[in-house]
Ligand binder design. Structure first.
Ligand SMILES: Nc1ncnc2c1ncn2[C@@H]1O[C@H](COP(=O)(O)OP(=O)(O)OP(=O)(O)O)[C@@H](O)[C@H]1O
Length: 889
């Protein structure tokens, strides 16, 4: 090549005029004046290239340069300027910029890395420092405070024999003692390895009631495997109920055979027992079915030994084969926790935000009263990365997939936010255990979740839709699902509701595909409303008249709580579960104060605004539909209440952002559908307002449970209009309420100042909507014409400008509302006298009282009579009368 070039005739050209004018001279191109070493015959290695280049540049004869490159600035005819320079380097301006940019990026990356590294290092020592570095995510300790508990304070946990690592984390979290549900379920779950069916009020610590046995179980399994030098897959780990069965079989064998072999085996076992003395004391082997709690630790130990003996006898232990592993994970083992925040910080959410179409996630019921705001679906997500798609994967149930990194536990939840929260709670408790927890939910890039799964997390917390999607695509780690040792289904009653989670049934089928694994698996089923059974919807009750006029008696009957539980047990494949039901008030917390406001539909907004302004505090307003959330959020933002909407049609990133903003603002207002009703653990929510009577009693319990959590107090206000009287009566009946929910002490008079404001805001909102619709219609016409390739005359071009009179009216209404909002709603000296239904001058509120205090005062003063509920008709009758009084302000 270089010889060829040497043989070419080279000649220097003067930079006079535009170089292309020299085409006739054979001019090909103008290259940077750089020495590429073309004159060298010898080949150079790539490595040696760079320094040589520089050397060559330095060695350029200045005289030569002079002859070829003009000495000073010359302006070319086309406006370019050519300038002589001594040190010509290959990279001129653009390259230098790129390099600088690259350098900056590198430095920035290093800095971020450094900060993250610092954060990780510090996590183990002090949470407070971490807080400085990054904002806590949903479900993490937002206060950042570490408790000052000492190991001595943790004695109440002693009886559960939790591993030290878990106890240390609990101590840091400040959990001095177990909550009631934990106290009652942990012994049976840890020592007895029983399946647990747990029902306890909202905010009572149910997550750790199943989380702690799972974490300690995983640790013990790993420990045992390490001790015995076995593959974890082959560790006998059975439930007491199953053990009982095998004991029976063995005793039958004993009777029938009376064989010597058994005695010989026993001798062998005794010998093994000596060797494995330590492992038999792990506390998770024993458990008498009904007396788990009473068994002393000594008994447990003895029993454990015997039971384990049986297992050792039965098991044929294959040696662990390394080459069996199909581990594709590149992630290092040093990473103990898969921090969910990592997933959400990155731009994968950007791509996945549009993917709000996780079929397996709890969706809102949209009444469709608004046409705008379509569900966004990520069309790009499919085929991203290197996902191997295997359609219709058909793995026979009995095949146990082993990847070398066992999947121990699956936790299923109805919503993404709840999955994230549970993960974070578990990560906090598993901080020192080395157990990895991954979250698999819709709304974020599946590719990243696959990468996380490849690292082999022991625990997977998931919503059914995305889990099923990845499972059916053949994701290797998830193929181990049938052999998980632990299965927890949070909010189970919701999960198994017909039609809500199409993927749950096939998931359960896959989980239960192997009878042996199914029987060995420990199951946890928890909810605050596990035993609550609501009335059948009206269309399913009573007589049905057919098209031909025939009257049929419907055979559908309301389930009893027992039937509901039985169905759960069968569906999930539980064996002899221990039922722990400590709900005293059908799921609502004892620290919850309930109230209601009966008003007309029109007045709901007025009262809502009144409550928000008069009693500010962290408040969740629940609506029955996405449309209502959108409308209310719009109205409240016009009224400068800064509402944070939350519903299933929102991009996932926005959902999480709004939840985090709400958590961080002590006066935050979250307007949400029932997607936020279950499980969300946001500390210090002061009020929960049911803007509409919830569709089921379960929803009422769960919505209300967002306040009054973990022994804290809270207030709930149910807003009801006459059309909702029937739903209200049904709700009271299902919740076994013997008296009406007491009225919140507010009168039409009190709320009167808000009336005018609301009218102005509504008028503005209506105008805005009209303008929006006009614009949308105009834009649609133009688009349609363009799509049809129609040539439009100027006269035909629709005027995208809205009618100027609307714009003018809009501006006027805005100014009017702003001026009204600038005046105090409750001027000083405003008397908060509110006549109650029973006594018009009953109570006087001072301006400093919070809503809960107002309600409590009203209840304690005895002025608010607790009306007894006697029957369905009577309550409706009463309500009707009440409405007549309150409808007009
Ligand atoms: N032993 C404990 N001591 C103190 N606080 C605890 C303890 N266990 C859990 N908590 C805290 O109690 C709060 C509620 O717990 P969790 O979210 O598990 O409630 P839950 O019963 O699942 O509620 P819900 O029914 O609404 O889902 C959490 O903030 C959790 O950190």
């Amino acid at each position: 090549m270089s010889k060829k070039i040497n043989n070419l005739k080279w000649e220097s050209v003067a930079f006079d005029g535009f170089p292309t004018s020299m085409m006739d001279k054979g001019f090909v191109a103008l290259e940077e004046c750089t020495d590429y070493g073309l004159d060298k015959n010898s080949r150079r290695s790539k490595k040696a290239k760079k320094p040589e280049k520089r050397k060559n540049i330095e060695n350029i004869n200045p005289q030569m340069v002079k002859s070829e490159v003009p000495q000073k600035k010359i302006k070319l005819s086309n406006g370019f300027t050519v300038e002589a320079c001594k040190n010509i380097t290959p990279s001129t301006t653009n390259d230098a910029k790129d390099k600088k940019k690259k350098q900056n990026r590198k430095e920035k990356k290093n800095k971020i890395k450094q900060v993250n590294q610092n954060a990780t290092d510090v996590t183990t020592n002090s949470k407070a420092t971490v807080k400085k570095n990054r904002k806590p995510k949903l479900g993490e300790n937002a206060s950042g405070e570490t408790s000052d508990l000492t190991p001595v304070d943790m004695l109440s946990w002693a009886e559960f024999k939790l591993p030290e690592e878990i106890l240390k984390a609990l101590m840091e979290l400040g959990f001095k003692q177990p909550t009631k549900i934990q106290q009652l379920s942990l012994p049976a779950a840890i020592h007895g390895r029983r399946d647990i069916l747990g029902a306890a009020e909202t905010g009572s610590g149910k997550t750790l009631a199943f989380g702690l046995p799972i974490l300690s179980g995983i640790m013990k399994l790993k420990e045992k495997a390490a001790l015995k030098g076995l593959d974890v897959y082959d560790i006998p780990y059975r439930k007491s109920s199953v053990k009982k069965k095998s004991e029976e079989i063995i005793s039958k064998d004993k009777k029938n055979n009376k064989n010597k072999k058994f005695r010989k085996d026993q001798r062998q076992i005794r010998n093994k027992k000596e060797v494995n003395k330590e492992s038999s004391e792990d506390g998770y082997i024993s458990g008498d079915d009904d007396e788990d709690e009473q068994i002393s630790s000594k008994e447990i130990r003895t029993k454990g030994k015997n039971d384990e003996d049986d297992f050792i006898e039965e098991i044929v232990v294959p040696i662990k084969k390394k080459e069996e592993s199909i581990d594709e994970g590149n992630d290092s083992d040093e990473q103990n926790y898969i921090h969910l925040s990592d997933m959400f910080d990155s731009d994968d959410l950007r791509s996945s935000d549009e993917d709000s179409n996780d079929a397996g996630e709890d969706d809102d019921d949209d009444d469709g009263d608004e046409t705008y705001g379509v569900d966004e679906v990520d069309t790009n997500e499919e085929g991203m990365g290197c996902v191997k798609v295997i359609d219709n994967i058909d793995l026979p149930g009995h095949v146990t997939v082993k990847t070398g990194k066992p999947l121990y536990c699956l936790i299923l939840t109805p919503t993404r936010e709840l999955a994230l929260q549970i993960s974070r709670h578990l990560i906090a408790a598993a901080k020192y255990t080395g157990i990895k927890v991954a979250t698999i939910v819709g709304g974020m890039a599946a590719v990243k979740q696959e990468r996380v799964l490849r690292s082999g997390p022991e625990v997977v917390v998931a919503t059914p839709g995305r889990l099923w999607e990845l499972l059916s695509q053949g994701q290797p780690h998830l193929q181990q699902l049938p052999s998980v040792k632990f299965l927890a289904i949070d909010e189970t009653d919701r999960m198994i509701e017909r039609g809500h989670f199409d993927e749950l049934q096939p998931l359960l089928e896959r989980l239960n595909s192997d009878e042996g694994h199914k029987n060995a698996r420990q199951n946890f089923v928890f909810s605050a409303t596990l035993t609550l059974v609501h009335d059948l919807p009206a269309h399913m009750k009573g007589k049905k008249v057919t098209k031909r006029g025939k009257i049929l008696n419907r055979k559908v009957e309301k389930m009893t709580p027992q039937q509901k539980i039985k169905r759960l047990i069968n569906m999930i494949g539980m064996t002899d579960p221990k039922v722990v039901d400590i709900t005293t008030q059908l799921g609502t917390a004892e620290t919850l104060t309930e109230s209601r406001i009966a008003c007309s539909l029109d007045q709901k907004d007025v009262y809502l605004y009144y409550i928000l302004k008069r009693h500010p505090g962290r408040t969740i307003v629940f609506c029955n539909s996405i449309g209502s959330v959108r409308r209310l959020a719009q109205l409240l933002s016009l009224l400068k209440c800064q509402p944070l909407p939350l519903h299933a049609s929102m991009p996932q990133r926005q959902r999480l952002k709004n939840l985090e903003r709400f958590r961080d603002d002590p006066l935050g207002v979250l307007v949400a559908t029932d997607v936020a009703a279950r499980g969300l653990d946001i500390p210090n929510v002061d009020h929960v307002i049911h803007y509409q009577v919830p569709k089921t009693a379960e929803n009422y319990v769960h919505r209300s449970g967002r306040t009054a959590r973990a022994t804290k107090e809270g207030l709930t206000i149910l807003m009801m209009e006459p059309a909702e009287a029937y739903s209200y009566a049904k709700l009271c009946r299902t919740l076994n309420k013997t008296s009406e929910i007491p009225a919140f002490p507010v009168s039409a008079q009190d709320a009167a100042p808000a009336q005018q404001l609301l009218a102005a805001a509504r008028a503005l909102e209506a105008l805005q909507l009209r303008a929006r619709r006009l614009r949308a219609a105009a834009a649609w016409r133009t688009r349609a014409a363009r799509d049809l390739d129609l040539l439009l005359d100027d006269d035909d071009v629709p005027d995208v400008q809205v009618d100027p009179s609307i714009d003018k009216a809009l501006r006027f209404k805005k100014r009017q509302l702003e001026s009204m909002l600038s005046r105090p709603l409750f001027p000083t000296g405003f008397s908060f006298k509110y006549p109650t239904l029973n006594d018009p001058n009953a109570l006087q509120v001072t301006s400093n009282e919070n809503a809960l205090q107002v309600m409590k005062n009203a209840l304690e003063s005895g002025k608010l009579k607790r009306d007894k509920r006697k029957g369905k008709n009577e309550s409706l009758l009463k309500l009707g009368k009440a409405f007549k009084k309150t409808v007009k302000i």
